[in-house]
Design a protein around this ligand. Sequence first.
Ligand code: A3P
Length: 356
Amino acid sequence: MSFMNKDVLIKMEAEKKYPLEIKDVPPEEQAEVHKYLTNAKPDYIRMGSTGYFFPDGLKEICNKIYNMEVRPNDVFVVTFPKSGTTWVQELVWLIGNDLDYKTASNVQLFQRFPFLEFTMVLRSPKINKWLGERVETDPKLRPFYESFTRNSRSDATIFKAPSPRFIKSHLPFSLLPPTLLDTAKVVYVARDPRDAAVSYYHHCRMMLLHGFGGDFRAFWNLFINNKVDYTPYEAHIKEAWEKRHHPNMLFLFYEELSKDLPAAVRRVSQFLNKPVTEEQVMRLCDHLHFDNFRKNMSVNMDIFKHIGLINKDDHFIRKGKAGGWRDYFDEEMTQQAERWMKEKLGDTVQFPICKI
Ligand code: A3P
């Protein structure tokens, strides 16, 4: 019998060779993005055979994530950004934790349900340097910056967290541990790319660390040309769509939550084997209702406004509509987006039709 020290085992795991390709994005292509950024201008990379677009900070943690130990009682919420992640996280967390509203209101969602690759942004040297300098003129940011430096292993905290773990990630399946779906439960949420792009555009404008200064048309062009973090959108969603029948996978649409939230709550409860009564479904729907959610300080990210990471006048929980993209696309963009969706998604993912 061999007695291998646990730390040695963990180290060996972390040192496993990363099997996916990582390529630097050529400077001319980076410049197409940088011209719209008013704050930090990170270097970018493309990951895997698909060439997913990321800030270079992901290089430092991609291997640890890929080789992390997944546990049978882990629950992951995986989405392309701005697809209703926060909404579904709160739903999943409450069902998974026997509707413990007290803890849900006392502990921030990002602590109950941490974001796996969160540190990639601050690990990007140019963003880190920019923020370090900004801290000198804006002392409100210092605690955030220092807590990041102190806990720069916040992903390591997730790796070691006690079970049951609830983990959020925007990474596509191919960059997550290959053992994930055969081991743990995953809820994937998809949203119409036009609404996701509008929401992402506002996100990148309001978040200091993104500092997007262009208009929506410029953002949409970057989005469909795969020059926005986590794109290509269609590859991300198709990877999940192919796995939708796996027993450990629940594939949800933002649009179906919008249309019939109680039905989505029941699906999650069944998926997690946590029965709920109709009365509990109704209470949870009320808790998750946009108007209440927006006011809920443990999910609405207002906490980041106080330190200046989010513009004061913006809201993370913004409009909450399916189909709101129509206000941002003129006729030409609408037709172009339709062609793009047809070409990229074809007969695969079918979004529920929603009236606004
Ligand atoms: P909009 O910007 O279109 O309003 P994520 O959590 O993945 O970042 O997604 C954010 C999007 O989900 C935002 O979309 C936000 O308003 C929406 N959202 C969050 N909570 C919601 C809720 N309770 N009801 C409807 N939409 C919600």
